[in-house]
Design a protein around this ligand. Structure first.
Ligand SMILES: [Zn+2]
Length: 257
């Protein structure tokens, strides 16, 4: 399985930088996991191949690129873009984003080939397939209804937390799969901001350290979704406190599992 984080911040020369404002992971170049930076950072080949988008939740940093991605492709689509989301996320998108005030309601629009946007609803905890990829939703504990996933391509499987705070349910499901190659887990804030992390249902290095005590299988730990303003601080704290090997997922680099 190939995984790539699309970039969402820039350096002073206009190139991408490692800070992650927005979340979009491309799986095998075809399926987008969240759509935060999808329109802005997708290459031409990404634009040609990605027709399925799986959403963890409806926070802006995970959906910001979705309306623009559909807009970019509107005239050229020969099949609809399929958004895989829970009913809660679907309702937020249709009510608060694709409401004609913020952006057009693409689910009601066709191009000359037919519909341009379709929803495929899943329930938290359910399983669904997109091509060769199987997704098992895992409810996580975030400020809004949110899903993590176990993603399996038939050869390898990984777990992906999305945004979450402490979640014993997530680790229970992870531990059921001793074949997992990696667990991608968020760590949004540094420890000094633990009150905000708690209020917004995110992790800090100290909380993540305690969560990793619940990890009973031998999988690589990969950290994602660090708030860009605190990135260096969080990475330094992780190195001091985490007590095990870990990797920070960088944009553009292709990870093979
Ligand atoms: Zn969130």
């Amino acid at each position: 399985m190939k995984l790539k984080l699309l970039p969402s911040t820039f350096d002073q020369n206009g190139g991408y930088s490692p800070g992650q404002h927005l979340t979009t992971f491309l799986i095998d170049g075809r399926v987008a996991l969240d759509a935060g930076s999808l329109a802005m950072a997708a290459s031409e080949s990404d634009r040609a191949l990605v027709r399925d988008i799986v959403l963890t939740h409806a926070h802006l940093d995970h959906i910001a690129g979705l309306p623009l991605f559909v807009d970019d492709l509107f005239a050229s689509l020969t099949e609809p873009i399929r958004v895989h989301a829970t009913r809660e996320v679907f309702e937020v998108l249709e009510r608060d984003v694709f409401n004609w005030s913020v952006y057009p309601r693409f689910s009601e629009l066709n191009n000359e080939n037919g519909p341009v946007l379709e929803y495929r609803l899943f329930t938290l905890g359910s399983e669904f397939s997109i091509g060769h990829l199987n997704f098992r939703s895992i409810p996580v504990d975030h400020k809004v209804p949110s899903s993590g996933f176990i993603i399996d391509d038939g050869n390898a499987a990984i777990a992906f937390s999305g945004d979450t705070s402490s979640s014993s349910a997530f680790w229970e499901k992870v531990n059921e799969r001793d074949d997992l190659k990696a667990v991608l887990i968020e760590c949004a804030f540094p420890d000094r901001m633990s009150a905000l992390a708690e209020a917004s249902h995110h992790l800090t290095p100290a909380i993540l350290r305690a969560q990793l005590d619940l990890l009973k299988i031998d999988a690589e730990v990969c950290v994602i979704n660090i708030k860009p303003m605190y990135r260096d601080e969080v990475i330094n704290e992780l190195a001091e406190t985490i007590g095990r090997g870990f990797e920070i997922i960088e944009p553009i680099r292709e990870y093979h599992f």
